[in-house]
Design a binder for this molecule. Structure first.
Ligand SMILES: [Fe+2]
Ligand SMILES: [Fe+2]
Length: 456
């Protein structure tokens, strides 16, 4: 019998939850169009300010996870960004944090540079006026979607309300001109004020260096930022080892050590499941056409694995692999993901890269290392015609074969930009046509059996 994929032995009792979230935060950086390490550096800056303010352990713990998850809602507005600007969501998001939306002429100049990069001049002009008209309202809406979604994810993971509120309000400004609610001064929760300052100075530090980061904090003191926090930050920036520390090779380790000692969260199996579900929601939110796809694949894969008599530990791994199999898709622009017509060769080449990225991301997360290969094999076919590696039957274990069938099953059952959702008979017909050649017949039969019993 074919061997099923198995977990590599990782002693989860020694892995901290923060290490898992830090490793996964690189994906969030990508979605935000930020250089790798943006979340980690923002976390280091924010926690440095919190230590200097002598916040309680409880507050620092809530802030720590707010900083690590601050961009958890980032994928949820990506498709709207693309729809509004007619441009790659990454390109728009990359620069949006350096633009002061409260100063309209500057914001419009930015919009003019960003919209519809490939379109004809008349189309660019039309888009320019549309974005210009909608600008302030649209910016508020985009921030609202992102912040509410991020806060909801932190709540669903079980973090305290302070963490959710910090994420919900991190784009509010001290002068009341921020988003989404226009809160002013101390109406904005303290932890949100710290997150907002930390993420902005990080963007300027990475893009233009420490001098510009300090300048922007000073320039937006009382405008965007709480003046007391700016003063604390500037003291740290000048006297402390802040900038030096940010350049250290193992920043993830330094960040992990900033978690309050009495409140260290260990990456238990429960936390890992919550994390996998949270990232599944982040992945699925990227495109309106992948709504609940990761959850659907996880459910189908787990049911099939169980039905085929594999042990509970493999069923558990298959659930996590299903939840995270498309994490690499977060690197694909919504201009490609949501395209209503056929993809060009170049666009399809980009799509084909996503399983490789899934593998690379999951290998970085020690407790998910064991599922990386199975998750990354979900587009491989028995006859070698799949992607990304083009491997064939002898290299595809039973777990990989199950996940591949579960992926096709869920994808066909859902609506896509280029076709409506398919009725179940048609889905099964397509699966049966590929059975034996491309997809494992044993797995397709298991799936059919479950569908006939109404269990899928
Ligand atoms: Fe995929
Ligand atoms: Fe998928």
């Amino acid at each position: 019998m074919l061997r099923a994929g198995s977990s590599e032995n990782v002693d989860v009792t020694t892995v901290r939850l923060s290490e898992v979230l830090s490793a996964l935060s690189f994906v969030l950086d990508m979605v935000e169009g930020q250089p790798e390490g943006h979340v980690l550096r923002s976390c280091f800056i924010g926690m440095t300010i919190a230590e200097r303010l002598q916040l309680s352990e409880e507050q620092r713990s809530a802030l720590f996870y707010a900083l690590l998850l601050k961009d958890a809602g980032c994928s949820s507005n990506a498709w709207k960004v693309t729809a509004l600007f007619g441009a790659d969501d990454f390109d728009v998001k990359k620069n949006v944090k350096t633009v002061n939306w409260s100063r309209l002429p500057r914001a419009l100049r930015y919009v003019a540079r960003t919209v519809s990069p490939d379109a004809a001049a008349w189309a660019r002009a039309r888009r320019f006026f549309a974005v210009g008209l909608e600008g302030p309202k649209a910016a508020r809406e985009l921030v609202k979607i992102r912040c509410e979604r991020g806060a909801e994810i932190s709540r669903q993971m079980g973090f305290p309300e302070e963490t959710a509120a910090a994420i919900r309000n991190l784009d509010e400004h001290w002068n009341g001109a921020g988003h989404p609610d226009g809160l002013r001064g101390e109406e904005i929760p303290l932890l949100a004020r710290i997150c907002g300052l930390a993420q902005t100075v990080e963007v300027f530090y990475t893009a233009f260096g420490p001098v510009r980061a300090e300048e922007i904090a000073r320039a937006r003191r009382k405008e965007w930022f709480d003046p007391t926090l700016v003063d604390v930050f500037l003291v740290e920036a000048r006297a402390g080892r802040l900038w030096e520390s940010l350049g250290e090779p193992d920043l993830a380790r330094s960040v992990s050590l900033m978690e309050p000692a009495d409140r260290i969260l260990v990456a238990t199996s429960e936390w890992l499941d919550l994390t996998a579900h949270a990232f599944a929601r982040i992945i699925d939110a990227k495109s309106p056409f992948t709504y609940r796809h990761s959850e659907g694949v996880a459910r189908a894969a787990a049911k099939m694995t169980e039905h085929m008599g594999l042990p509970a530990s493999v069923v558990h791994d298959q659930t996590r692999a299903g939840l995270l199999h498309d994490i690499g898709k977060l690197a694909i622009s919504n201009r490609i993901l949501d395209k209503p017509g056929p993809l060009t060769d170049e666009e399809f080449a980009k799509v084909k890269q996503h399983p490789r990225l899934t593998y690379e991301v999951l290998r970085r997360v020690a407790p998910f290392r064991g599922i990386a290969e199975v998750a990354a094999n979900h587009h491989e076919k028995l006859d070698g015609s799949g992607y990304q590696r083009g491997i064939s039957a002898e290299d595809l274990n039973l777990s990989s074969r199950i996940l591949a069938v579960a992926d096709v099953f869920d994808a066909l059952s859902q609506e896509r930009p280029y076709r409506p959702a398919m009725p179940m008979e048609k889905v099964l017909m397509i699966l049966k046509k590929e059975s034996g050649q491309k997809l494992s017949s044993e797995c397709v039969e298991a799936l059919e059996d479950l569908v006939s019993k109404d269990e899928l």
